[in-house]
Design a binder for this molecule. Structure first.
Ligand SMILES: Cc1cc2nc3c(=O)[nH]c(=O)nc-3n(C[C@H](O)[C@H](O)[C@H](O)COP(=O)(O)OP(=O)(O)OC[C@H]3O[C@@H](n4cnc5c(N)ncnc54)[C@H](O)[C@@H]3O)c2cc1C
Length: 489
């Protein structure tokens, strides 16, 4: 009997574990180690953040689902990995610390034949003074990164809307809280929803809504922007995004590194080296992401974290990490199998793998401050990677070490981004974009780096419906309801 341990019960880890358990059957064991008791459909946190859904609508208990799937569930966080074992065992193991199941604080060593690291991001609020401490949100801003954060955001938003009702003009600031953030799409969708809710409540003239982002131009989205077909014409994401903001009367600041957050105020540095400040009554700023801080040790107990993980804490995989100038970056630098190059029984999927480089053009202010988005790894690619990696591990277990590894390069896969505002079948509008491939390939698609037949945008009610359908479909799939396997990632 072989044992696969999956670290993280999010999009990538849950996908990997549930498929692996199905493919391996009872002959082998799948273990999930994840600190939360609930699964969260994170994209719908946006609607929780404006009070359109409750946190119960976007989460469910993992334990019964894992029991049904025959998966061993440990409500714990991984702390370190010993891929070579230690002085007393040759077996690879991961050290975990329980966060629930009546064993909170207790440590355990869980041996494994294969390990998939799908621990996602550490929400690095501590990177910006005032934004928070370590991975904990600070007191001045809100977040929509977890269901609890989003619930808190909804309450704070209600307070400022109540003030608007009393005739007090309020200032809303949404965007990124550091020069090296990713996930601009989430902030973009949130500002859209806030504007929609305030307008729907008849309070639009009582709110100044301001966007602040580390993108060097509107619509970069951490992907270097894109050119997409809209109504038969090819339009840049910059024009697409700027038009959306102009139509809604939302002002924007781009190329900004937020370097300090205080009560009601942020200070920032811009790409041209100048500095500025913005005041706010309500602010949601996405924190930068880092790896969750797993350590690694060799058999002798020496720290080999630098061998297994990149300096940002994400796990090294089969990417080309050779440093080279932007002009020489290739789509082929991006990983295909997500296998660790040193330890062949370690894989990483979703946000947990270390990208070879960013996708947007690297930028610095004259003061040397790095201000550029880091690469997005959205839900669809994370799910696809999780499934491909699970497939590889199952084949390795069933057919031995020479088994073919499955591939899922972000330079050969598309992604869909639907920023949808409003709730209900007729009251809503979405800006929907599909991009293929996520990582541009300028050799294959000279000019824009992308296939314009499959890279398109649409604004309207249809995208809004799709986003709602996806909410129900993905939660249905994650609960392993009948025919879950036929629902794509
Ligand atoms: C507000 C918001 C909105 C978004 N909207 C969209 C959208 O509309 N479309 C889209 O495609 N993507 C969206 N995304 C991105 C999407 O949520 C991520 O791409 C996806 O969740 C990444 O999957 P993952 O498995 O890598 O990480 P996660 O889903 O974050 O899962 C990581 C898991 O690892 C666990 N973990 C953490 N530390 C440890 C540890 N030490 N040991 C074990 N487990 C650990 C976590 O608790 C979590 O369960 C959004 C993100 C945010 C924040």
């Amino acid at each position: 009997m072989a044992r696969l341990v999956v670290l993280g019960g999010g999009v990538a880890g849950h996908t990997a574990a549930t498929f692996a358990a199905d493919w391996l059957g009872k002959e082998h064991e799948v273990v999930v180690v994840t600190p939360n008791s609930k699964w969260n459909w994170i994209p719908s946190n946006i609607w929780v953040g404006v009070g359109g859904m409750t946190k119960e609508d976007v989460t469910f208990d993992l334990a019964p689902v894992y029991e049904k799937a025959g998966i061993t569930y440990k409500q714990a966080k991984a702390v370190s990995i010993n891929p070579e074992g230690n002085a007393s065992t040759d077996k690879s193991f991961v050290t975990i610390e329980y966060t629930g199941q009546g064993k909170a604080g207790q440590s355990e060593e869980v041996t494994f034949d294969y390990l998939i690291n799908a621990t996602g991001p550490k929400l690095n609020f501590g990177a910006t003074p005032g934004l928070g401490e370590g991975s904990n949100l600070g007191e001045f801003t809100v977040s929509v990164c977890t269901a609890d954060h989003a619930d808190h955001a909804a309450h704070e938003l209600k307070k400022v809307m109540d003030k608007m009702r009393k005739g007090e003009r309020q200032k809303i600031l949404v965007g990124t809280g550091h020069g090296m953030c990713t996930c601009q799409g989430a902030a973009f969708e949130y500002i859209f929803n806030i504007e929609h809710e305030i307008r729907k409540a008849g309070l639009r003239d009582m709110a100044d809504i301001q966007w602040i982002s580390n993108e060097s131009f509107m619509g970069d989205f951490g992907m270097g922007g894109l050119h997409m077909k809209v109504g038969g014409y090819v339009v840049s994401s910059r024009i697409f995004t700027e038009s959306l903001f102009a139509e809604r009367g939302v002002n924007y600041i781009t190329g900004a590194h937020v370097n300090k957050v205080e009560k009601g105020k942020v200070t920032y540095e811009l790409l041209d080296g100048s500095t500025g400040e913005e005041t706010f009554d309500f602010s949601m700023l996405i924190p930068p992401f880092a790896g969750v801080g797993l350590k690694a040790y060799n058999k002798a107990g020496e720290d080999i974290t630098d061998t297994v993980f990149a300096p940002n804490g994400f796990m090294k995989v089969d990417a080309n990490y050779t440093p080279k100038p932007y002009e020489e970056w290739k789509a082929s630098d991006w990983p295909r199998t997500y296998q660790n190059p040193t330890y062949k029984n370690l894989f990483a999927a979703g946000i947990a793998f270390a990208p070879p480089h960013i996708i947007s053009k690297p930028m610095k202010s004259p003061n040397g401050t790095v201000i550029n988005p880091t690469p997005p790894r959205t839900g669809m690619p994370s799910g696809i990677m999780g499934k491909a990696v699970a497939h590889s591990v199952c084949d390795l277990i069933k057919h031995g070490p020479s088994a073919h590894l499955h591939e899922a390069s972000m330079a050969e896969m598309g992604a869909a981004c639907v920023a949808s505002a409003g709730k209900g079948w007729l009251d809503g509008q979405a800006a929907a974009m599909t991009v293929y491939p996520v990582v541009p390939d300028f050799d294959k698609y000279p000019g824009t780096g992308r296939d314009t037949d499959y890279t398109f945008g649409e604004i309207g009610l249809a995208g809004h419906w799709i986003k709602h359908i996806l909410h129900y479909l993905f939660i249905y799939k994650a609960k392993l309801k009948p025919f879950w396997k036929v629902i794509p990632e």
